[in-house]
Design a protein around this ligand. Structure first.
Ligand SMILES: Nc1nc2c(ncn2[C@@H]2O[C@H](COP(=O)(O)OP(=O)(O)O)[C@@H](O)[C@H]2O)c(=O)[nH]1
Ligand SMILES: [Mg+2]
Length: 658
């Protein structure tokens, strides 16, 4: 592959609802460009873009794939993204790498949740140039005009149809005025263009016939600047409209860089990382500045590691085409960068630290769906942490925490990503795990002041054991922790044994009587006791103290405390009622609503036990448009009926044979 002038490079992200034809469109683009000679079908697992085993198994894309193709003297780097919400991180990567988005909208289904979600991501990433592809136009009930109207309703009259289906493979450009039957739709296009240019507007209002070349020039600058969003009908299976779409991308898309930019020292950002048993670690990069030549040394700003780009690839799905250089604006891949993760910035010698600082960080959504990964064997456990560390480096929408009893909790965007992570652990790293809902880290506390007494006495032959303590336990306010005091008078518990009493109590706090969870927020006072000149020891006092505590707590109306999370939810405003209901059903309490025109922000508290797997439900309620963050806020008493349920469940689990 030869280098092309920078003004002929286009970086395109294909985004849109799941199953709206992105992957098939990418395949059709490759065919039209001559990069492949036969069209592969998604159903057969035969497309260039869906190359992963998991993708074949699930029947849809799970990772963004990069396809480089040449068309009419231009180089297009096309990122085909997954539409499924669990893989939103891949859309973030693609939006950061691209300057142009093609938003696919199904000609039958019209605007769907994934269309809206993609649109919001493009706004956030600041991708101004957006072109709609109205897809799957060959199907029964396909309604290009109807979809166009819906798009104009939703996104405004800036959306205009730029071509219509005609006879045969080619669609017909609406810039061309020769077909009077198209006058009405053409009018919308001309009007929208006139709105973007004062001189054109004047001519339009005077009723002048504007030449096709002038309209074309106006369309290019309006699309580049995001003032107009043109829509093109396409059919990925037959190829109808695909060359017109490619033409539009070349004509209307902004170039990512100028030739001037290629002469600076190289600076690049890793937008995605993949690993594959054959190739190993592969970093997908966007070259921000300069020219990277194979063999170049690079410095990683975050890990401070020096790396070498021994090989550079242009990508076509899983196929790698070795290239001698990648220049400013190019998207490509570098294998085996050992200390480099997604989002990292790499610079060639010559510093550029300040240039690197100006690169915006990739804004990945935080994962909220929690799964306990339970290794099936000791061997699996040993290998799991290392495998997970690698997976986390590659995918910033994965996170890991230690849960109850040290179990590994994996955080993902949803259930599908969790099950794919588990099968990758098995397939790629040979680690067998079961995926389950994690245990919640409860605490226990007391609700009453109680005194208790314990006499530890043992006589076994020679020297015996003797310790006697009287203690009081009393509740403290939430988050107060633990306090110890003593009011022993007259040396009835000799001074030297008091630390042992405190020690015994503290150790006993580790396991409360209800669920063997930590006891918190209580004060223990040693009131009285007695000792024996020969048989007393620190050991005996420790035992007596622990037993007294246990007894006191049982009588002090013990209660479970559960972690309560603070949720920040963003949902389409018309669905706020449904979300409030859902949170209520999960023992949540809404703190505030902040209603925007389209999106309402909701702040709420809810117990972790009820929301640690909220993500898929929230998504299905909002058709993929709701999102939320959550963080630990405080511990709160578990309501009595809920506590009963939890205790009954634990009892059952602890009963052998149950
Ligand atoms: N009839 C018809 N089916 C299509 C067309 N494009 C895609 N499909 C089918 O629609 C389904 C989803 O397509 P795919 O490209 O995987 O969509 P993606 O999830 O957006 O990547 C697959 O079964 C495709 O074969 C089209 O132009 N016409
Ligand atoms: Mg796909």
């Amino acid at each position: 592959m030869q280098q092309v002038a920078r003004d002929r490079v286009r970086n395109v992200a294909l985004v849109g609802h799941s199953k709206s034809g992105k992957t098939s469109l990418a395949e059709a683009m490759l065919l039209a460009s001559g990069a492949i000679s036969r069209l592969g079908r998604v159903e057969d697992g035969a497309t260039v873009s869906d190359f992963d085993e998991e993708e074949h198994r699930h029947g849809h894309s799970i990772g963004a794939s990069l396809l480089t193709l040449d068309w009419d003297g231009h180089r297009l780097h096309v990122l085909d993204t997954p539409g499924y919400a669990d893989f939103e991180g891949e859309v973030v990567s693609a939006a950061a790498a691209a300057d142009i988005a093609v938003v696919t909208v199904d000609a039958v289904a019209g605007i769907e949740g994934g269309t809206e979600a993609a649109w919001e991501r493009l706004e956030q990433a600041g991708v101004r140039t957006r072109i709609f592809a109205i897809t799957r136009t060959d199907r029964e009930h396909a309604d290009v005009q109807g979809v166009l109207e819906a798009l104009r309703q939703r996104f405004g009259p800036r959306v205009v149809l730029a071509a219509t289906l005609g006879q045969g493979e080619r669609t017909r450009s609406l810039l061309d005025a020769s077909d009077p039957a198209l006058a009405a739709v053409r009018e919308q296009l001309v009007e929208a263009l006139a709105e973007t240019d004062d001189a054109l507007l004047e001519r339009y209002l005077e009723g002048e016939d504007i030449a096709e070349a002038d309209l074309r020039a106006a369309l290019c600058s309006a699309v580049r600047t995001g003032q107009v969003f043109p829509a093109y009908p396409v059919c990925g299976l037959s190829g109808v409209g695909v060359s017109e779409l490619l033409e539009a991308l070349c004509e209307q898309g902004p170039p990512p860089a100028s030739d001037e930019d290629t002469r600076a020292p190289a600076l690049l950002q890793v937008v995605k990382t993949s690993s594959d048993p054959f190739v190993g670690h592969l970093s997908y990069v966007r070259v921000l500045r300069g020219t990277l030549t194979s063999g170049d040394r690079l410095h990683n700003q975050r890990s401070q590691a020096d790396e070498r780009a021994a090989h550079l690839f242009a990508m076509r799905g899983k196929e790698q085409v070795e290239v001698p250089a990648l220049a400013a604006g190019d998207l490509g891949a570098i294998p085996r960068l050992s200390s480099t993760a997604t989002g990292d910035i790499l610079a060639a010698a010559g510093g550029l630290a300040e240039a690197a600082a100006s690169v915006p960080a990739l804004d990945f959504p935080a994962p909220t769906y929690r799964s306990a990964l339970r290794p099936r064997s000791r061997d699996d456990l040993d290998r799991m942490s290392q495998a997970l560390a690698r997976m986390l480096e590659q995918d910033p929408t994965l996170a890991m925490e230690r849960g109850v009893g040290g179990e590994i909790v994996l955080l993902t965007m949803g259930d599908v990503q969790a099950s794919i992570a588990a099968s990758r652990l098995q397939q790629e790293y040979g680690v067998a795990v079961d995926v389950e809902e994690p245990l919640v880290a409860y605490c226990e506390t007391i609700r009453a002041s109680v005194e208790a007494e314990y006499r530890h006495k043992k006589q076994t032959g020679g020297r015996g054991q003797f310790a006697h303590v009287v203690i009081r336990v009393e509740p403290l306010e939430r988050d107060a922790g633990f306090e110890f005091a003593e009011h022993v008078t007259g040396g009835r518990v000799p001074r030297q044994y008091i630390p042992a009493v405190e020690h015994g109590v503290t150790e006993a706090l580790a396991e409360g009587p209800l669920t063997r969870s930590r006891l918190v927020d209580l004060k223990v006072t040693l009131l009285d006791g007695s000792s024996h000149a020969v048989d007393s020891s620190e050991f005996a006092f420790k035992i007596a103290a622990a037993q007294a505590l246990h007894q006191a707590v049982l009588e002090a109306r013990p209660v479970l405390l559960e972690p309560v999370m603070r949720l920040h939810v963003e949902v389409p405003s018309d669905l706020v009622g449904d979300i409030a209901n859902e949170l209520n059903g999960r023992r949540g309490s809404v703190l505030s609503f902040d209603a925007g025109e389209r999106v309402t922000s909701v702040e709420a508290f809810a117990p972790l036990a009820e929301v640690q797997r909220l993500a898929p439900q929230l998504r299905s309620l909002t058709h993929g448009r709701g999102r939320f963050r959550l963080e630990f806020d405080h511990l709160a008493e578990v309501p009595p009926q809920v506590q009963e349920r939890i205790l009954a469940k634990r009892q059952l689990a602890a009963t052998p044979g149950a």
